[in-house]
Design a protein. Structure first.
Length: 268
């Protein structure tokens, strides 16, 4: 009844089904691991943002690479802005995500003399010409205390942004303390501070960047469940197809037997 399973067509079909099962199981676990990574990232950000701010220079030093477990850590720094080494970062969006402009990054010379810290002061709109330096609110005069989020240096590999040369003066594609230390010759602590507040508060400042979203867990768990449901459907679907073909073959055989001419009865 099931000899048709030895046909070439069915052997290929069953082989594909056997190969699909471990593949879809692995895809489900891949999505599960992405879900777990997203949840862990959200928890890390939430802890970092709600922690008591610590001094930037207690976590970083010149040439320091900010690790993942310190990213978004609430930090503070006191000093005077080094406006002479200010620069802007091209092709960045505002808090709404629909306007293209610049991030304004200004080094802050620490009062304790340990060096300078890059401070991303926020976003400003583009001017009429991309070659011209945009209109940027002046830095506060005198000593200030800034608070913000610790961020790692941007890289082309990590951000997907191509770091092309030949840009207008004081315009860059990435925020990198390593790159700025090389360009300017000043002593910069690794990473940078993403500004959330300044004391005393300035009269005017760039648009501050919003807090990172750490509540959205994404669709990865739903995708994992979908892949595993598909895994379960493969053998069920194969069995349904096998039973259907067996039934069709049985019906065809019965019809062929009914349509066969009856043998003549010999005369007495």
């Amino acid at each position: 009844m099931y000899r048709f399973l030895l046909s070439r067509r069915w052997l290929i079909t069953l082989l594909i089904a056997v190969l699909l099962i471990p593949t879809t199981i692995r895809l489900g676990f891949w999505q599960l691991h992405r879900h777990e990574s997203r949840v862990a990232r959200n928890e890390l950000i939430a802890r970092a943002l709600t922690a008591q701010p610590v001094a930037f220079d207690s976590l970083s030093a010149p040439g320091f690479a900010v690790p993942g477990d310190l990213t978004w850590r609430a930090v503070t720094a006191t000093g005077e802005y080094d406006a002479a080494h200010e620069f802007v970062v091209r092709k960045r969006t505002d808090s709404g995500g629909d306007k293209i402009g610049y991030f304004v990054v200004t080094p802050l010379k620490l009062s304790d003399g340990k060096g300078e810290v890059l401070v991303n002061r926020g976003w400003v709109a583009s001017g009429e010409s991309a070659a011209a330096y945009p209109a940027v609110p002046a830095t506060p005069a005198g000593e200030v205390t800034v608070t913000g989020r610790l961020r790692a240096d941007e890289t082309a590999a990590g951000s997907g942004i191509r770091d092309r040369g030949g840009l207008p003066d004081r315009q860059f594609n990435l925020i990198s303390s390593t790159q700025q230390a090389r360009e300017s010759g000043i002593t910069l602590l690794g990473g940078y501070l993403e500004l959330t507040g300044t004391s005393p508060a300035p009269a005017e400042q760039p648009e501050l960047l919003p807090e990172p979203n750490h509540s959205d867990i994404g669709p990865h768990m739903a995708y994992a469940v979908q892949w595993w449901l598909f895994t379960a459907m493969i053998p069920v679907g194969c069995w349904i197809l096998i039973r259907r073909e067996a039934r069709d073959r049985a019906e065809e055989a019965a019809e062929a037997g009914a349509e066969a001419p009856a043998e003549p009865v010999p005369a007495a």
